[in-house]
Design a protein around this ligand. Structure first.
Ligand SMILES: [Ca+2]
Ligand SMILES: [Ca+2]
Length: 242
């Protein structure tokens, strides 16, 4: 199957106010002053993708650089794939979001949440969501630290539901988070929003994304071409039989 990758270049600031580059695939949270990258959330409206057949997948991926973290807590950087669920604002969305690990405050693992249906909370909030999986960073539950990472969140249609996988991997930091979860009770197979959230315990002076994109398998256009081709063959057959 072929894949279609599309950069996400139109972002809306949902909470906080100190973001820039919102009309690029490299948005920036915070302006470099102390911890101004904290307590920001942004989202993008994506094309509507439905994972209708086993093997169909949707992947959110990109790079992200954290500047001047001091004692980052777990769950303070979150990235998610969502269904807007008929809502006009940022509350009540369905979908999944994943987070960083941490070494101070509460739990230290990286987490995957599934949004509750229904819920009345913002897309980045742990309220209105249920933790469905968690994983420690390797090696040795490494501290989350300033530096550059790649992240991904992949939803794959399988016979029994949705296979969800997430990663957060340092490119100049020795840090790897890689988790999976099989959801046999997915609330939806349709996704149309992407969101990022930073919490007050991240201690980031800036969070800079690069090349945020969505990769879809199979490419929607290819499905259309296959359907069109089959329709054409059917018409030819009907004409020959007539
Ligand atoms: Ca579920
Ligand atoms: Ca800081």
């Amino acid at each position: 199957m072929s894949a279609d990758a599309a950069l996400l270049t139109s972002w809306t600031q949902y909470s906080g106010s100190v973001s820039s580059g919102l009309n690029t695939a490299s948005p920036v949270l915070g302006n470099g002053t102390s911890n101004s990258g904290d307590s920001q959330s942004i989202y993008a409206v994506s094309p509507t993708y439905t994972l209708s057949s086993v093997g169909d997948s949707l992947t959110l991926s990109g790079g992200v650089t954290f500047l001047n973290l001091e004692t980052p807590q777990a769950d303070q950087f979150r990235f998610g794939l969502y269904n807007v669920n008929g809502q006009s604002g940022g509350l009540g969305w369905l979908g999944y979001m994943a987070s960083n690990s941490g070494t101070s405050g509460g739990s230290t693992y990286s987490r995957l949440w599934e949004r509750n249906n229904p819920n009345n909370f913002s897309f980045g909030s742990g309220s209105g969501a249920t933790t469905v999986a968690n994983v420690n960073a390797t090696p040795g539950n490494t501290a989350f630290a300033s530096g550059t990472y790649t992240f991904s969140l992949t939803l794959t249609r399988v016979a029994t539901g949705l296979q969800v996988g997430w990663t957060l991997i340092g490119t100049n930091v020795n840090y790897t988070v890689s988790g999976t979860y099989l959801d046999t009770t997915p609330q939806t197979y349709t996704y149309d929003r992407v969101g990022f959230f930073t919490g007050g315990g991240l201690t980031a002076d800036q969070v800079s994304f690069s090349n945020v994109d969505l990769t879809v398998v199979p490419e929607p256009g290819v499905v259309g071409l296959v359907v069109a081709g089959l329709t054409f063959c059917f018409i030819l057959r009907r004409r020959r039989q007539a």
